[in-house]
Design a protein around this ligand. Structure first.
Ligand SMILES: [Ca+2]
Length: 476
């Protein structure tokens, strides 16, 4: 009996100690979970506070950006504190490392640059300047949309390490010896873009005064295209025959869980027809009549880069956004005229080659009636499905108009000391890497902006609009 009792007691003690230990460990988990939850809540609160202050106020550039910088720093501190409590393999850690923390650093960088610009003696907030208040206002709205999406995701982050399945490879052998203008696909899946081989060669990049005069290019944007300079493309490369479509982008989003929300739309507010940011638009629903074969718009440069990285993983090849040199060389396809179909002095040939600003668009958006229109009808009010018009001499479609296209380079406001080969132009020569560069006109753009030489940038990495998409380069 004593034996039984002793053992019973021993057993009970072991059980009791185990229970106690379990309780303690539960306590610890609960404490650590609740302290993590507290840090998550603090991070959310600081992001919410930042979001509230991402609002433009006329003539208050300095104080608006000062507040944003301050609030972004507070939010980043909260995020770093939370990150320090988590281990490296945790999905939330990866979300903090790859999304929240770099985004906050980037917002601070961009705001610091813009704050300095609006206080600079040569600040130009007029006309078509890329720094004009309407652009700064939309920059803040776009960032607000980005921060709001992060707030929404903190409690349930997307899978940061999704499985990327290899595509159905065609194993087409493309080498530097492959004939120029050859078409190929690296995979037979519907998301795999058709590529066109672009030969090596040389060309004159940029515009010239004569063309600018002829086409009535506004004085402010003329220096962007000057000086015209010779460039050598030493090696062939391949470029997407068409702009990246909605269907292709959706395949990428489906497999990776990549989200992008909010987009600038052309609409009138307070009687002003402008690009205004809207929360409800995204690449799947850009708020206009589009088919899955239309170019994807409402995407940022970083969305184009992420799509290229995904396609590279799927195919084992190197896909990326084009450099500016590659883009213009491919768009010119041996021409030196204003458009790749000629100088089009009567502006009546464009509709054979491109979906431009024409009377069809004016009938849907009468606010554009006073703009510089082409004197022909292409039949599309908004974007058109890709490949509906004649290609250029290299066999590429929609290189101008339809969607404008992101390129990979940092923004330089003229071509002084520009690269003389097809390398990417980085932050050297005062390159602004946060400000993404667009090439090619859009379905809703003045005639002079559909010229091959036309280029500009937007003052935020988060820029996205119903005019802007992308196509890719595949290295050979
Ligand atoms: Ca049109």
């Amino acid at each position: 009996m004593t034996f039984i009792r002793t053992n019973y007691l021993k057993g009970f003690s072991v059980l009791f100690i185990s229970l106690l230990a379990a309780c303690n460990s539960d306590d610890k988990n609960t404490t650590s979970n609740s302290s993590n939850q507290k840090l998550i809540d603090e991070t959310i609160l600081s992001l919410q506070n930042l979001s509230l202050n991402l609002v433009w106020q006329e003539n208050q550039c300095d104080s608006v950006y000062s507040k944003v910088i301050n609030d972004a720093n507070i939010a980043e501190k909260s995020a770093l504190e939370l990150r320090a409590k988590l281990n490296d393999t945790n999905n939330l850690s990866m979300f903090l490392d790859q999304q929240i923390i770099p985004k906050l650093t980037q917002l601070t960088d961009e705001s610091t640059t813009l704050r300095a610009r609006c206080n600079a003696p040569d600040y130009d907030g007029t006309g078509v300047s890329i720094e004009r208040p309407a652009m700064l206002r939309e920059m803040l709205s776009e960032w607000q949309g980005t921060i709001n999406l992060l707030i929404h995701q903190v409690n349930n982050p997307p899978n940061m390490n999704p499985e990327i399945k290899l595509a159905s490879l065609t194993n087409t052998n493309i080498t530097e010896a492959t004939s120029a203008k050859s078409k190929f696909k690296d995979c037979s899946d519907s998301f795999c873009p058709e590529m066109t081989v672009i030969p090596s060669g040389s060309f004159l990049m940029g515009g010239n005064i004569e063309e600018q005069e002829q086409q009535n290019v506004p004085a402010q944007s003329r220096p962007y295209e000057l000086p015209q300079h010779a460039v050598i493309v030493e090696k062939p490369f391949a470029m997407s025959t068409y702009e990246t479509t909605i269907a292709e982008f959706q395949a990428f989003q489906k497999e990776t869980g990549w989200e992008v929300q909010g987009c600038r739309n052309w609409e009138s507010r307070d009687g002003v027809f402008n690009m205004w940011y809207r929360d409800d638009l995204n690449p799947t629903n850009a708020g206009m009549n589009q088919t899955p074969q239309d170019p994807v718009v409402c995407v940022r440069r970083e969305d184009g880069r992420a799509f290229a990285e995904w396609l590279s993983k799927k195919t084992g090849q190197t896909y990326r956004l084009p450099t500016e040199v590659e883009w213009e060389y491919a768009a010119r396809a041996g021409t030196s005229t204003a458009f790749y179909w000629g100088d089009d002095l009567n502006l009546d040939q464009a509709c054979k080659y491109a979906n431009v600003l024409d009377p069809t668009t004016v009938s849907a958006l009468p606010q554009t009636s006073s703009w510089n229109l082409f004197n022909c009808t292409d039949g599309y009010a908004y974007t058109s499905p890709v490949g509906k018009f004649l290609p250029n001499n290299f066999g590429l479609y929609d290189m101008t108009a339809n969607a404008r296209e992101w390129v990979d380079d940092c923004w330089h406001s003229n071509y002084e000391n520009a690269p003389v080969n097809n390398r990417i132009w980085g932050e050297e020569n005062n390159g602004q890497c946060n400000f993404p560069v667009l090439r090619g006109g859009a379905w809703i753009y003045n005639t002079y902006n559909a010229r091959t030489a036309y280029r500009n940038a937007y003052v935020t990495s988060q820029a996205r609009s119903i005019m802007w998409g992308f196509r890719l380069v595949r290295e050979i």
